[in-house]
Design a protein around this ligand. Structure first.
Ligand code: R5P
Length: 298
């Protein structure tokens, strides 16, 4: 039977797109807060004997966690064959070690929590820095969907003579792949983050930029301070305002307004709904789900 897809609040459009690709059905929840702020949740479709897919992108994660766990556990206890999580953006990966004595390693705690309630996980380009793969912390089957193909297609269709610029060494993994696919040159800068909103970036090589449209590419735009610092350098070198492209547009607070002042264009994929999430990654996510569902249930 085709999967039953439940969107957590805010994930309806992505879930509908997945249902279209997978010939799945979309289920719903009744959810509200009790007067004491605890969560009430009820599945409005019977998951018994079905493969259940819960869609919940995990930016701004803390208020989403309790309802998500309740939904997964309810589906399982009501007889779902398997319960999978599609988290197009997977949070809590940055704190992957103790930088100062006493700190929580939230990535490992978060992984343990999700692994206890789900059979499998599909996500898009997780921010793996010091972890080699999700398997180091997640005890479930997982598939990682790369955004490189969609990003490079967007560049090829929208940017004349691009040069890709990664703002820090971590972005190298995405930038080189996307540049190769788009047939464009690239360079990677160095970043020093002195505080949440205080970012210093090394100067790009002006010779490589000549006659090209700069495309700043990163996995995440959050405060946008990384892209803004890099864009200032490009403008100071006489480049046209850069195209700012990212897989995950978290777009915190005033970041889009600030970035728009120095960017020619800002575009992200739709892993997180935001005003510039134009690039649809749902067909690739659907393929990853199909592959997981084709495997025998454990
Ligand atoms: C950092 O490690 C990431 O790859 C991004 O560069 C970072 O998350 C961007 O953050 P912000 O938009 O807050 O500068």
């Amino acid at each position: 039977m085709n999967p039953l897809i439940f969107p957590m609040p805010g994930n309806e459009a992505f879930a509908e797109a997945l249902a279209g690709h997978l010939f799945g059905e979309v289920g719903g929840f009744e959810t509200r807060k009790f007067p004491d702020e605890e969560t009430y949740l009820r599945l409005l479709r019977d998951p018994s004997g079905r493969d259940v897919v819960i869609v919940c992108t995990l930016d701004r994660p803390d208020p989403k966690i309790a309802p998500l766990i309740f939904a997964a556990d309810a589906a399982r206890s009501l007889g779902a064959t398997r319960v999978g999580l599609v988290a197009p953006y997977l949070s809590y990966l940055r704190q992957d070690r103790r930088f100062q004595l006493g700190e929580a390693i939230s990535s490992a705690s978060f992984a343990r929590l999700l692994s206890a309630s789900f059979d499998w996980l599909v996500t898009v380009d997780p921010h793996l820095h010091r972890y080699g793969s999700l398997d180091e912390i997640y005890a479930l089957r997982s598939r990682v969907v790369p955004a490189a193909k969609r990003l490079s297609e967007w560049i090829a269709g929208n940017v004349k003579d691009p040069i890709l610029i990664g703002p820090d060494s971590e972005s190298e993994q995405w930038v080189s792949d996307v540049a190769k696919r788009a047939g464009a040159p690239s360079q990677v800068l160095q970043k020093e983050r002195r505080g949440d909103l205080d970012v210093r970036i090394s100067l790009p090589d002006a010779k490589l930029l000549h006659g090209r449209t700069p495309v700043l590419l990163d996995d995440i735009i959050s405060s946008a301070r990384t892209m803004i610092a890099a864009a200032h350098h490009l403008l100071s070198l006489g480049c046209p305002p850069p195209v700012c492209l990212a897989t995950h547009g978290i777009i915190a607070a005033d970041s889009l307004a600030l970035l728009t002042k120095v960017a020619g264009q800002v575009v992200t994929t739709n892993t997180i709904p935001n005003p510039v999430s134009q690039i649809d990654i749902s067909p690739d996510v659907a393929l990853a789900i199909s592959a997981l569902l084709a495997e025998p249930a454990v």
